[in-house]
Write a protein that binds this ligand. Structure first.
Ligand SMILES: CC(C)(COP(=O)(O)OP(=O)(O)OC[C@H]1O[C@@H](n2cnc3c(N)ncnc32)[C@H](O)[C@@H]1OP(=O)(O)O)[C@@H](O)C(=O)NCCC(=O)NCCS
Length: 132
């Protein structure tokens, strides 16, 4: 998870050309185990950008060095926020979405954000009802 966070941070810095912080890790799957001695590769891409935040997807691949067999073992989605020189959230440049894969990733990132915000709203409403 730490390495996913680092890979996501580098992708977000490269897109925004700013320092970034992790606002949240929305999801991480562990689809298959990683065995001792396997080589891990982290591929990170900015899937979508909003005002100051970006969703970065990280795909983890494990390779058995003796055989070269590669397996997709994990996927993580993180929200990174760009910061200005004073440490305040800073606007990020738009994302160029051109290929079919990029369009799919952008669409799915929008779905995750919508769901995240809807969940937050529902929880806050229920808490307010409890208090009221
Ligand atoms: C992330 C952080 C900068 C947001 O600050 P804030 O005062 O809430 O700022 P804003 O309300 O303007 O939100 C800025 C952006 O962060 C997003 N954001 C804030 N909290 C979030 C969360 N929990 N999950 C996802 N996105 C979040 C907002 O949606 C907003 O995105 P947008 O501008 O693209 O719409 C602040 O919460 C922070 O510094 N958190 C600690 C980060 C940290 O220490 N990370 C671990 C080490 S890197």
């Amino acid at each position: 998870m730490k390495l996913c966070d680092e890979a996501a941070g580098i992708a977000a810095i490269k897109h925004s050309r700013r320092r970034v912080v992790t606002a949240g890790m929305d999801r991480m799957t562990f689809d298959e185990p990683v065995h001792v001695g396997e080589l891990l590769t982290f591929a990170a891409a900015v899937n979508a950008v909003w005002r100051t935040s970006m969703e970065v997807g990280v795909r983890v691949t494990a390779e058995q060095p003796q055989t070269g067999r590669r397996r997709h073992t994990s996927t993580a989605y993180l929200t990174m926020v760009a910061l200005d020189e004073d440490g305040r959230p800073a606007q990020v440049p738009p994302l160029a979405v051109t290929t079919a894969d990029e369009r799919r990733r952008e669409r799915e990132a929008q779905t995750r954000r919508r769901n995240r915000l809807a969940e937050r709203e529902e929880i806050l409403r229920a808490r307010a009802d409890d208090d009221g």
